[in-house]
Structures are given as C-alpha cells and as structure tokens.
Design a binder for this molecule. Structure first.
Ligand code: CA
Length: 208
C-alpha cells in the first residue's frame, strides 16, 4: 500500500505539469497568436522601451495600473500625432517582424479627459528604412478606469521591423495625461482576421 502511494504522487505531478505545458501559459489570452514581442509590457520595474513621441514626457506611475502595480504616465502637450512608442527594452531596437504576417497590437489605456487617440504601427525595412503606417481605429480615451484597445495589421511586403505607437488623432486642444499598461504586440493567429488597411501617414484624415 505504501509503495502505491509513493508511486502515485510523482505520476500526478507529471500529469499536472503536462497539462500546464499543453495550455501554453504564455499570457496572450484566448484567440491570440504568438508570444508578446515587447519586453516590458507592464512597466513594473520602470519604463524601459517606452519612448515619448512629439514633445511628450513619460514616467512610471505606481499609483495606478491595470496589471500589477505600475503603469506608464504619458503627459501629452496640445499636439497632433503625439504619444508614446513601444520599442525593445533597450530603447533603440525596433521589434522584428515578417512581411505578410498579421500582428495584433493591444494595450490598456485611460486618460484624464476623453480625447481622441489611436493605435498605429510604423513599418520599417530590416535595414531601418520607413515604409508605411497602419492606422488603427480612432477611439476616445476612457476616463476613470482602464479599457483595452486593440487592432490587427498585416506587415507590408519588405517589412522587417515595426514600432507600435499610441498617439493623439487630432490636437486635443489642451494638455492631456494618458496612462498605458499591459502592452502587447504579437503575431496574430491565422491570417483571416480583419486587418487594418495600411496607408501612408500623410493621407486619410477621417471625419469624426
Ligand atoms: Ca503594470
């Protein structure tokens, strides 16, 4: 009897391990594709990899978060196309991508006022030359609590590097503060998901 008990415990532990392994456990959530390609998605230790874009200051904020205990506080002046970019943790390396592959970009966001923002992905060649921008849908900043925004875009032919970013759609008319957390940029599962249309950054100013 004693021998059976001693045998059963390791078997049970092995079965549990296999079950956990089979589930993946990579934190991407149901329906998502690959692992997160960003290295500091939750900003718990600092803001490595987050870059202010267009006269913006950013800092870690340990007073509010959607995941863990810290988020990134983005102070945006009254400017169009201003916000925060997401690079590798060294702050100088773009995220490697493959042309023709879909990528899902998502983050949790809130603001101190309900101004219009959008997610974008800047595509570059593997040599670093800018190619084009994929524009996500415009959304209004949720005030008070974090909300997830996401879109999926297909990397254009010749793309080798990408910079996802969150920026103001139009000049907000005042300085605003935006908080971001749980930033994800990963290969989309399958190729049939709806994708944003890539278009040059200088065109297509949507009407409200
Ligand atoms: Ca966090």
């Amino acid at each position: 009897m004693k021998a059976i008990v001693r045998l059963a415990a390791p078997v049970a532990a092995l079965a549990l391990l296999l079950a956990v392994t089979a589930c993946g456990g990579s934190g991407g959530g149901p329906g998502s594709g690959g692992d997160n390609l960003l290295e500091n998605p939750s900003a718990e230790e600092g803001i490595e990899g987050y870059l202010g874009h267009n006269n913006v200051s950013i800092r870690q904020d340990t007073t509010t978060a959607s995941q863990g205990k810290a988020s990134v506080n983005v102070s945006i002046s009254d400017a169009q196309g201003a916000g925060v970019q997401f690079w590798k943790a060294d702050g100088v390396t773009m995220t490697p991508v493959s042309g023709g592959q879909g990528y899902r970009f998502s983050l949790d966001v809130k603001g101190d006022v309900g101004k219009s923002m959008r997610l974008e992905v800047l595509w570059h060649s593997s040599g670093g030359a800018f190619l084009e921008t994929s524009l996500g849908p415009i959304f209004f900043l949720p005030v008070g609590s974090f909300s997830q925004e996401e879109f999926t875009a297909v990397a254009p032919d010749g793309a080798g590097l990408a910079v996802p970013q969150l920026v103001t759609d139009a000049a907000p008319g005042q300085a605003i503060t935006v908080w971001v957390d749980n930033v994800q940029f990963a290969q989309a599962s399958g190729s049939s998901s709806p994708a944003a249309t890539a278009s040059p950054a200088s065109t297509a100013s949507p009407t409200p």
